[in-house]
Design a protein around this ligand. Sequence first.
Ligand SMILES: Cc1cc2nc3c(=O)[nH]c(=O)nc-3n(C[C@H](O)[C@H](O)[C@H](O)COP(=O)(O)OP(=O)(O)OC[C@H]3O[C@@H](n4cnc5c(N)ncnc54)[C@H](O)[C@@H]3O)c2cc1C
Length: 305
Amino acid sequence: MTREDRAAWQALCQDRFEAQAPLSRFTTIKTGGPAAWLLDARDEEEIAQALGLARRLGIPTLVMGCGSNLLISDAGFDGLVIHLGEHFARMSAVGNRVRAQAGVTLKALAYFAADRDLAGLTFAAGIPGSLGGGAYMNAGAFGGEMAQVITFLDCLDPSGKRLTVSVSQAQYGYRHSRMMEEGLVVLGAEMRLAPGHKEDLYQQMREYQECRREKQPLTYPSAGSFFKRPAGLFAGALIEQAGLKGLTVGGAQVSEKHAGFLINTGEATTADFLALKAQVQQRVQEQFGVMLEPEVRIIDESPAP
Ligand SMILES: Cc1cc2nc3c(=O)[nH]c(=O)nc-3n(C[C@H](O)[C@H](O)[C@H](O)COP(=O)(O)OP(=O)(O)OC[C@H]3O[C@@H](n4cnc5c(N)ncnc54)[C@H](O)[C@@H]3O)c2cc1C
């Protein structure tokens, strides 16, 4: 760490970082304590600089898109949260290829493609995340997933160095990617789509959304399906068969409508969700011998109880 690094960090603290920023306002599950520093990133250079400095100063970093798959400790995050949002919202199309920045929402991306008679992203329209979060998580629904359409990703490594990752280098699997393994920041991606008809694509997105409204507890804050699908099984079905619908800890509850969703009934804390998660895991393990693994990314540095 040099004197220049410290000075550069302090300048960012003064001009660009929000200190003690409550993260519950960014997460769809509506829990999470403050970030020591929050950067609503304006451009790639700013992220690269912040990453490089944080690394040299030994400060942990966390990248956030729409916060729809995050459960953050009530104690918050003692480091720098880098948010990619409205300043990373450009999209363009050439032929059947669409390029977009990481802060574009999956919904906006799906409609942008449909407006241009391009098929392949209707599955993503109802996923309340960003392209960056979707590409990192390999988000998917209704038989589609991001890995099927992405051709390459523009990324930064944890030191702030730019790299291009082709889809074959992205090590995509079920809710898994190389970006997770290596802590790469997704700046944007290119997607190759197929010819389609906008009216059919809109219709399909309406049907998918109707299906979500029917099956999912969308009127409560949540992070979507809390657990990954165990091979050949459904987490929600196992939780339901274990008789856990409605199980409640504080303000966190196993949804009565869809047992795969853990919902915030009002005043839940992250501690409530962690305790509920542990109970669900234990009961499902006892009954079916299956250990459910969270799909939600848990950011909690406190030691396990
Ligand atoms: C009601 C509801 C329904 C959902 N349905 C689905 C579904 O059908 N299918 C599905 O797959 N998911 C679903 N989800 C979960 C979630 O929407 C997806 O995982 C989504 O892709 C997360 O994107 P995000 O921008 O919100 O990411 P965040 O929640 O902000 O972050 C999630 C993870 O991605 C990382 N990340 C975010 N942006 C970047 C970036 N630019 N570069 C590198 N890392 C990044 C974060 O560090 C974190 O580890 C649902 C969630 C809700 C609330």
